[in-house]
Design a protein around this ligand. Sequence first.
Ligand code: G3I
Length: 334
Amino acid sequence: PEPTLRDAYKNYFPIGVAVAPRTLTGPEADLVRQQFSSITPENAMKMGPIHPEENRYFWKDADAIVDFAVQNKIKVRGHTLCWHNQTPRWFFTDADGKQVSREVLLARLKQHINDVMGRYKGKIYAWDVVNEAVPDTGTSLYRKSKFYEIIGEDYIAKAFEYAHEADPGAQLFYNDYNTENASKRDRIYQILKKLKDKKVPIDGVGLQGHWSIYEPTPQELEESINRFASLGLKVQVTELDMSVYPKEHERRARKPTDVSEFTPEMEQKQVAQYKMLFDLFRKHKKTLTGVTFWNLSDKYSWLDNFPVPGRKDHPLLFDENYQPKKAYQSVVTF
Ligand code: G3I
């Protein structure tokens, strides 16, 4: 029989999976326990879900995920402390609905990071501290988010400093997608270099890895790994999945591919692409310290609603019945 993911990679890096409360019981939980050595809450620790009002936290889902990990001796990657998405309105406004000052927003950010990291101190080995701060196109280094507009570019450094104070033992990551795009890669690099030059406590960079059967090329990916590693940073693949649709083509054509079934051609490409990725990951095991899949099986993926609502995608290693796909074999046998 084939080895499990966690066994096949035990001398390389933890293999993780994004989970929701529903993943912690029944057949999904069995598959997580059997195959994975790390979990990440898909949504439960984001600002909106965990901190809906200034003086109210909602810990239930995040607690359940961390308890599951502790009981099963699985690592936890925390996600995410500072992001422009899924952040509640109250964070940026005062009681009269007016935008808060830099000082107030920094104080709120510090309190939030301290409370969330503090609660799970010692139980979460790595955190995505700042998520997706760089725009996809253009020449600007910084996305024009509320954090950027109200605080200024040093909100990133501040978030890392607060995180390091809250749990000095946790590894701290900057996390982003499209990291193989040459321009975005370069702008992310510039930000990370500034942080390193200023001795900001950052340990690594997360390549989200929302890829497809057509992208990235091994050259593009290797360039990203080497470039970020040259700053002395660890690299983790934090949200791996592989759409069977041609994203770039769809974007340019502004027209979605109109199929939903998993064709033999898609399957063949997916097997080859997953094999390429994991061959490369193993080759870089000194730098690459973790790989996390964004969802467990093709039964549920956020890609089923993105970019085309209701169109089924087939991005993961397990099918809708939780059975290993052919791509699974190409990842665990080497
Ligand atoms: O929980 C509510 C529910 O109460 C409500 O009835 C329902 C109706 O829309 O929405 C539910 O919330 C949804 C949530 O997922 C939980 O299912 C949100 O609408 C939906 O926007 C949210 O999507 C998440 C998305 O981040 C938000 O931007 C996806 O599950 C999650 O997979 C996705 O993950 C992100 C990473 O955090 C960062 N990188 C990109 C990645 C994919 O977008």
